[in-house]
Design a protein around this ligand. Structure first.
Ligand code: GUN
Length: 292
């Protein structure tokens, strides 16, 4: 069994980006600028946004964090997005989800200029992905693609089972795996809460992508010997023995599954760092596109 070390793979991507940014700067060009919008004080969202901003700093990007109170109106948020859309100094706009219940995330995402949609959530960005003309690939599936590529894991002709059909991970992941091209050409099954015989479907998988948000859901009896297991879960589970009072749990029962899998991602240190590296790549791409 080999651990797919997302932290190391992400570092090599960041090192390459750092060189690209240094080159831009030495040519007197603007460096990429990511603006993240955070509404409210959701603990997990705070952590993710802080990690994104820190990663920007690491590679030499400019980043701006705009914070709003939980009580902000959709109108005010839309106004901010309109300003950022029109600001030539801004390359990427990211609105951290989830938003408070009184705001429609759909309405907000739809307002982002697709040329700055580095999260890849705008309907036109998703449409392009489906049609095989991607501009920005959502960061988590993109990060998984980059991780598979880093370890030269072949997907063509393989049976990939994606558990979870979210717009952020499962759905785009299934599209990418089934598309023509590198890290694609797989035969894909998407499983969700209505799937019958889920364990049996998983047992026939060469590649499992677990993205349902239920700690320890994938157990050893669901995994074929030698399978590639990618764990997208990042649920906070109470743990009084930890300093923060919680630990981060993946969707895969790591100890038992790792004894059977050929390749497996740890949590933390697997998909998480790759998601951030992918977001940085999208932001660099948004900046580069502006100059064509
Ligand atoms: N919430 C959970 N994942 C994501 C993500 O990839 N982007 C944003 N903006 N919010 C999220």
């Amino acid at each position: 069994m080999q651990i797919l070390d997302g932290k190391a793979a992400a570092q090599s991507i960041k090192d390459a980006l750092k060189l690209d940014v240094a080159q831009l700067a030495s040519n007197g060009r603007e460096v990429p600028h990511l603006v993240a919008i955070l509404v409210g004080t959701n603990g997990a969202s705070e952590t993710y946004v802080a990690a994104k901003v820190k990663a920007c700093e690491e590679v030499g990007f400019k980043s701006t964090l705009i914070r709003f109170e939980e009580s902000i109106t959709a109108f005010r948020l839309l106004e901010t997005i309109r300003e950022l859309n029109g600001d030539p100094d801004v390359d990427g706009i990211l609105v951290q989800l989830p938003l408070p219940a009184h705001i429609s995330s759909e309405e907000i995402i739809n307002a982002i200029d697709p040329s700055k949609d580095v999260d890849g959530f705008h309907p036109s960005t998703v449409g392009r992905l489906v049609l095989g003309q991607p501009t920005f690939i959502p960061a988590t599936p993109y990060g998984i693609q980059l991780l598979l590529a880093h370890y030269k894991i072949e997907t063509a002709g393989k049976h990939a089972v994606v558990i979870g059909r979210s717009n952020i991970v499962g759905r785009p992941m299934s599209i990418l795996l089934s598309a023509a091209g590198p890290q694609g050409n797989a035969t894909v099954t998407i499983c969700h809460s209505h799937t019958k015989n889920l364990a049996e479907v998983c047992r026939s998988a060469d590649i499992i992508i677990a993205a349902l948000g239920r700690p320890g859901f994938v157990t050893a009896d669901m995994v074929k010997e030698g399978a590639v297991v990618i764990d997208v879960g990042i649920t906070r589970v109470d743990d009084p023995t930890r300093k923060r009072g919680y630990r981060i749990a993946g969707d895969v029962a790591f100890d038992e599954v790792s004894a059977k899998a050929g390749f497996i991602t740890p949590v933390p240190g697997g998909v998480g760092p790759m998601t951030i590296a992918a977001l940085l790549k999208n932001t660099f791409h948004a900046c580069a596109l502006k100059h064509y």
